[in-house]
Design a protein around this ligand. Structure first.
Ligand code: DQA
Length: 145
């Protein structure tokens, strides 16, 4: 069975009450239930973590080698700032898919740049909680190849 590491970045623990006009009512628990359902249907195992700390995310990625077949990450605000997370993804060389609830290219200019995108296989942005489900599908396509 394939193992996928799912990382939720900073402030995503606040979903459900945070900027509802942008992110909707969905909570991180709802997203995790949705992903677990999809994972069950695809017969893959998920290890889901959330952190508000850049170093913890860097460590989770760094420790993933040999344990996980792929990474699904919503780096949240660190998308636009973290060379450390980008370098960690590049270092472990595990296929990584970047996801965002909102369409980052429709929003403020500072969100138009993703430091993670160049080291990810691809990015899914703008489909709300479905971005995560689409991300899992993309990972399975990749791993099946
Ligand atoms: C986000 C988009 C980021 O710009 C923002 O900082 C987030 C969430 C998204 O899922 O749409 O925290 O990654």
């Amino acid at each position: 069975m394939k193992n996928i590491l799912v990382i939720h970045g900073p402030n995503l623990n606040l979903l459900g009450t945070r900027e509802i006009d942008v992110y909707g009512n969905v909570t991180i628990a709802d997203i995790n239930i949705l992903m677990e359902k999809k994972a069950k249907a695809m017969n893959v195992s998920l290890n889901i973590v959330q952190s508000n700390h850049e170093g913890e995310i860097v460590e989770a990625i760094g420790n993933a080698r040999g344990k996980f077949d792929a990474i699904l990450i919503n780096p949240a605000a660190y998308t636009h700032t973290s060379i450390a997370i980008r370098d960690a993804i590049s270092a472990v060389n595990i296929p990584t898919v970047e996801v965002h609830l909102s369409n980052i290219y429709k929003r403020e200019e500072f969100r138009h740049i993703s430091l993670v995108a160049p080291v990810a296989v691809g990015q899914i942005s703008g489909f709300g909680e479905q971005s995560y489900v689409l991300g899992l599908e993309a990972i399975m396509e990749l791993l099946d190849k």
